[in-house]
Ligand binder design. Structure first.
Ligand code: DXP
Length: 254
């Protein structure tokens, strides 16, 4: 079970809702993923106008927890404003803080992310900041009251997978809140890897929405996240330099 603040979820796969070719594919992919948390960009939605078509309108929203993200914000102030808009619409009090500091790499601005997290925690939000895989910053975000830490595996939408497994391990080992790997996951193998490192969940979008068959990929990601978690809980064998026989011969009389 994944616990984020006061919320509990069975699924450890969080899904983005952007970049699907059409509503039908999005709907089917979300369904087979069994994700319970869906993220969407506040700035892209006209959340106060029910007549405005939006990407979430075909989904039965009573089945999901919505995680608005503050994508498009360049400062803490903007991120706080986006979050308040989302909460005022009555959707959810969880928010993914995303304050981008570089338009080419889409890497987060660490200072503004921390400031936004501090402010939103004070305002009573359940706060999930998207961060780089910086170990010290992850600790500072937790100290600021973040309810989960979401380090990127690699740049958003790049599909490069996990670039720095050592940093992710350090972050996971020191964290007392769930670590959810967010962004850059390209394939089910990446998701398994992150979960085997001990991540409590994965947030991904492009790997599913831009796959040749998004629905099949959504299912593959569900299985990968579950397999990775099971593997982590089961405990992998230590790596050894030399062979050790699978059928030991000690005590064998022959
Ligand atoms: C939807 C969302 O929140 C993205 O900004 C997120 O970071 C996913 O990134 P990928 O598209 O690389 O999975």
């Amino acid at each position: 079970m994944l616990k984020i603040g006061n919320y509990e979820f069975q699924s450890r796969l969080l899904l983005g809702t952007g970049k699907y070719a059409d509503f039908e594919t999005q709907q089917k992919a979300v369904e087979v993923s069994e994700a319970e948390i869906l993220t969407f960009t506040v700035r892209r939605m006209n959340i106060f106008n029910e007549h405005q078509p939006n990407l979430l309108e075909r989904l039965d929203l009573s089945k999901y927890s919505l995680l608005p993200n503050t994508a498009g914000a360049k400062t803490a102030k903007e991120a706080v404003r986006h979050s308040k808009l989302a909460r005022a619409s009555g959707l959810c009090d969880m928010v993914k803080v995303e304050v981008i500091g570089c338009s080419k790499t889409l890497l987060p601005d660490p200072v503004e992310t921390l400031l936004a997290t501090e402010e939103l925690v004070k305002e009573g939000f359940t706060v999930l900041p998207y961060t780089s895989d910086d170990v010290v910053l992850a600790r500072r975000l937790e100290e600021a009251g973040a309810h989960a830490i979401m380090p990127g595996a690699s740049p958003i939408g790049s599909g490069q997978g996990i670039l720095n497994p050592v940093n992710l391990r350090f972050i996971i080992e020191q964290a007392n809140v769930p670590v959810i790997v967010d962004a850059g996951i390209g394939s089910p193998a990446d998701a398994v890897y992150a979960m085997e490192l001990g991540a409590e969940g994965i947030l991904l979008n492009t790997a599913v929405s831009a796959a040749k068959d998004p629905v099949k990929m959504a299912e593959a990601m569900r299985l990968a996240v579950n397999a990775g978690r099971m593997g982590y809980e089961a405990g992998r064998i230590p790596k050894k330099l030399y062979a050790s026989a699978s059928s030991p011969m000690e005590g064998f009389v022959g």
